[in-house]
Ligand binder design. Structure first.
Ligand code: A2P
Length: 268
């Protein structure tokens, strides 16, 4: 992991420009970055915005990115894959502190606490960079005010791909701002599917086999108790919907809260 940080952001000059303050490369194909936050930007943890760079044709090249930082943070954080021939991420992966990015301050999304009916346990199900909205929600005091237990299931092909989430989760109980809210409410269940590690398997399989409940000492998912949020590839989301419907949960939305919500993880 390599990290670059700067303290004094340059003055933005482009419309909707924000200044990069920190970049962390987690693997050859994953990085996170922080940038200044527009004063006008109010968002709910779990939402996404459009961000990017100025294209060579002078038009902004923007993609949807979940905000990974919590609503109370002075800065914004994002977590991204690096696609070698991706129009945006092939360039975005080279940003350095002091560089400018374009960010449209219009947050939207379905992975918000308001889209769920009250419950006791909240499950976050993510593959790959789909953990980004949960990096925000896991740092939001409201998550712990509304739920007795929060379970973060994250699956990647290899162990190194889990590190962004792992280091965040491990930092939370002792975090000076959010630690007292987190307490012992947050349970973490990371697995790999391609590299042999202590815990393996797809989230869907670990739910349907009951293995995750046995490993964490929890009762199986039931609509009276559990709420879920899903963020991953299209195939993962489709399969997860079937699994959660199998447990009796119904899909909700901002306008019609229910027991679970789904959003596709964005690829730049
Ligand atoms: P697997 O290695 O068994 O395909 P990807 O990089 O392809 O998006 O996958 C990220 C992670 O999500 C991998 O661990 C992958 O497992 C898992 N995954 C992909 N598709 C599904 C699915 N339909 N259901 C459950 N897990 C999935």
């Amino acid at each position: 992991m390599t990290e670059h940080r700067t303290i004094t952001p340059a003055t933005p000059t482009l419309p909707d420009a924000q200044t990069v303050t920190q970049v962390t490369h987690w693997t050859d194909s994953l990085f996170s970055f922080r940038c200044t936050r527009p004063r006008s930007l109010r968002f709910r943890s779990g939402e996404f915005v459009m961000l990017g760079l100025m294209g060579e044709n002078g038009k902004p090249l923007l993609r949807a990115y979940s905000i990974a930082s919590p609503a109370w943070d002075d800065e914004l954080e994002f977590y991204s894959i690096k696609v070698p021939d991706g129009p945006l991420t092939s360039r975005l992966q080279h940003i350095r502190p002091g560089d400018q990015i374009i960010l449209r301050p219009k947050p939207v999304g379905t992975l918000v606490l308001d889209a769920l009916l009250p419950g006791e346990r909240l499950w976050f199900f993510a593959t790959g960079t789909g953990i980004a909205p949960f990096a925000s929600l896991m740092r939001d005091p409201e998550t712990y005010e509304k739920y007795d237990q929060v379970i973060m299931m994250h699956t990647c092909r290899e162990a190194a791909d889990l590190e962004y989430g792992r280091s965040l989760v491990e930092s939370l109980p002792s975090d000076p701002l959010i630690g007292e809210f987190v307490g012992d409410k947050l349970k973490y269940y990371p697995t790999t599917t391609q590299e042999p590690t202590a815990r393996m398997g797809r989230i869907t399989d670990n739910l349907t086999s009951g293995r995750v409940f046995a490993d964490l000492g929890l009762s199986p998912i039931t609509p009276a108790v559990d709420r879920g949020m899903v963020c991953g590839s299209l195939a993962f989301n489709t399969d997860m919907k079937a699994v959660l419907e199998g447990f009796g949960l119904r899909e909700g939305a901002n306008s019609d809260p229910a027991e679970y919500v789904v959003e596709k993880a964005f690829v730049g």
